[in-house]
Write a protein that binds this ligand. Structure first.
Ligand SMILES: Cc1ncc(C[n+]2csc(CCOP(=O)(O)OP(=O)(O)O)c2C)c(N)n1
Ligand SMILES: [Mg+2]
Length: 543
């Protein structure tokens, strides 16, 4: 038996050959063979408290490193728990792989233990999803899955692994190992590049709307270079609030005046309002650059003749090439760019001084005025913002350098797993997570994971004892006397975190907040600063 390997060994070693050092996982009958295989090759198992957290962590790993994050869960219910979180990774175009154990092939259609049509279930939230068919091809499956996750428009891939294939043995010489190698990226053609530079120069008020791939630190840098080289304001649309993204100030006013919009790896979707009237000028022209031909085709269908040019190309490569080409062209006036930047950066002066009207509660602006210098203290800080009204204030008032948000999926709950994954990939950088009290309930048990793994970060919790984003919808749509079903208790989440071995702070007045954050950082533990806040609608900025 010395020269044979189990299917589980082939899976673990294939991952290792492709550069994977860490699995985000939750144990279960179907995958214990992979846990066993991981031991022999030193694959780090980050074992978590809910399968969705494992997926969120693999998602964050993918976004932060540009390498595929890997989540490993058990079959049936473990897989079902994981699938929901793929929605966020899919919308964020995050390269990651979900490996799920699966009932043995000989059990299928016979009422096998935890039998489920897993690949079908994951299909709508992945780029590709399949069930491995033989022990001999497991290595190829892993290689193919990671390649798909990292190619073109990136995103999650799922492979189900039947337990009998993981237990089966194969002679080592018969194993096909996956090849690590560069992923081909479609370059922007020279002619298209020249044409786009000319169109940008000819436009009076051009605007670049970029997609999720540009939201990494490197992506933001190259977008800033493109903006400077072309004199064209360039923003990333990464919020389901679209043109009303709290981060982007009065973008909506800028969009209305644009005469040319370049979609740079940004799907023509609801967040862009399909670049149509009344949000945009009815004569606006559109250029679509996207790695996915289906999306450039969709832009063509939607925009018809208003689509001046469509190119299938990697957005990051295209940004670099366009910037380099534009640097050779005569510089354009900076008037429009200056105007647009002022609009993006504009915040009401009242935010500098606003305070709460309720004793024992802070206004969200008070919280973020205090937090800002902490986030700015270290340029490597990773800032994580969840959804909900409180976190929108954070998105609007905190600097964006290295930031993870839930993304256009608009799903709440991922921020605590994101924080753990960020701490693992960035062992030295401070990590802050901003979230609401409803949201913290989704994955609060991951504080135990963080304590167990010694992964310090600081969660800034805005506690208004309600699911306020939904309360606000009720107020707007049905009236202040019809707000119900969204109340929560003003619970002591800080004490939950303390009980799990972390550090808790409870804050009811702004003057106490700086010292509380300082103590949270100094504790060296995963920490929760539970700040009691006034329920306040998310900021909407239109000048
Ligand atoms: C997975 C998921 N479930 C439900 C929602 C709907 N939703 C969006 S924000 C929100 C309220 C969040 O409450 P909280 O975290 O307390 O933040 P707040 O709005 O109160 O500041 C809800 C329920 C969602 N976006 N995603
Ligand atoms: Mg709340």
């Amino acid at each position: 038996m010395n020269n044979t390997l189990r299917g589980a060994d082939i899976v673990a070693r294939s991952l290792q050959r492709l550069g994977c050092r860490r699995l985000f996982t939750l144990s279960g009958n179907h995958i214990m063979s992979i846990f066993d295989a991981a031991l022999d090759i030193g694959l780090d198992l980050v074992h978590v408290r809910h399968e969705a957290a494992a997926v969120h962590m693999a998602d964050a790993h993918g976004r932060l490193t540009g390498e595929a994050g890997v989540a490993l869960v058990t079959g049936g219910p473990g897989h079902a728990n994981a699938v929901g979180a793929l929605y966020t990774a899919c919308a964020a175009e995050s390269p990651m792989l979900l490996l799920s154990g699966h009932a043995a092939t000989w059990e299928l259609n016979r009422g096998g233990f935890q039998e489920l049509r897993q690949a079908e279930m994951a299909k709508p939230v992945t780029k590709a999803s399949w069930t491995a068919g033989s022990v001999g091809t497991l290595g190829r499956d892993i290689g193919k899955a990671i390649r798909i996750a990292l190619s073109g428009r990136r995103g999650p891939v799922h492979v189900s692994l039947p337990s009998d294939l993981l237990d089966a043995r194969l002679d080592e010489s018969a194993v096909t190992w996956p090849e690590a190698g560069p992923i081909a990226r479609a370059a922007l053609g020279d002619a298209d590049c020249a044409k786009i530079v000319t169109l940008l120069a000819a436009a009076e008020r051009p605007l670049i709307l970029a997609g999720p791939q540009m939201s990494s630190a490197a992506g933001r840098q190259s977008l800033a270079e493109l903006e400077a080289a072309t004199g064209t304001p360039a923003v990333i649309l990464e919020s389901p609030r679209g043109l009303l993204d709290a981060t982007l100030g009065a973008l909506r006013d800028v969009a209305k005046r644009a005469d040319l919009v370049v979609l740079l790896g940004k799907a023509l979707d609801f967040t862009t309002k399909w670049v149509s009237a009344p949000e945009f000028d009815s004569a606006v022209q559109v250029i679509a650059i996207d790695p996915d031909a289906e999306l450039t085709a969709r832009a063509r269908r939607e925009k018809g003749d208003a689509l001046t040019l469509a190119a299938v190309a990697d957005p990051a490569l295209a940004a670099q090439k366009l910037a380099a080409a534009a640097q050779q062209a005569p510089p354009r006036s900076t008037t429009w760019l200056t105007e647009a930047r002022q609009a993006f950066d504009a915040r009401p002066p009242a935010w500098r001084t606003v305070t709460s009207n309720t004793p024992g509660r802070l206004h969200p602006a008070e919280v973020f005025r205090v937090l800002r210098p902490f986030v700015e203290r270290d340029p490597d800080t990773v800032l994580i913002c969840d959804g909900g009204e409180f976190a929108q204030w954070g998105q609007s008032m905190l600097p964006v350098r290295r930031r993870l948000v839930n993304g256009v999926a608009g799903a709440i709950g991922g921020s605590l797993p994101f924080a753990l994954a960020a701490r693992l990939t960035e062992p030295k950088a401070p990590v802050f997570a901003v979230l609401g009290d409803g949201t913290i309930g989704f994955h609060i048990s991951e504080f135990e994971t963080a304590v167990r793994r010694a992964l310090p970060f600081v969660a800034i919790l805005g506690n208004d004892a309600r699911w306020n984003a939904e309360s606000e919808i009720q107020r707007r749509s049905y009236g202040a006397n019809r707000m119900h079903g969204c109340e929560l208790l003003p619970a002591r989440y800080d004490q939950v975190v303390t009980a799990l071995g972390g550090h808790g702070e409870y804050v009811e007045c702004a003057a106490d907040l700086p010292a509380a954050i300082e103590r949270a950082l100094a504790s060296g533990k995963p920490a929760c600063v539970n700040v009691m806040i006034e329920s306040t609608a998310a900021p909407a900025l239109v000048l």
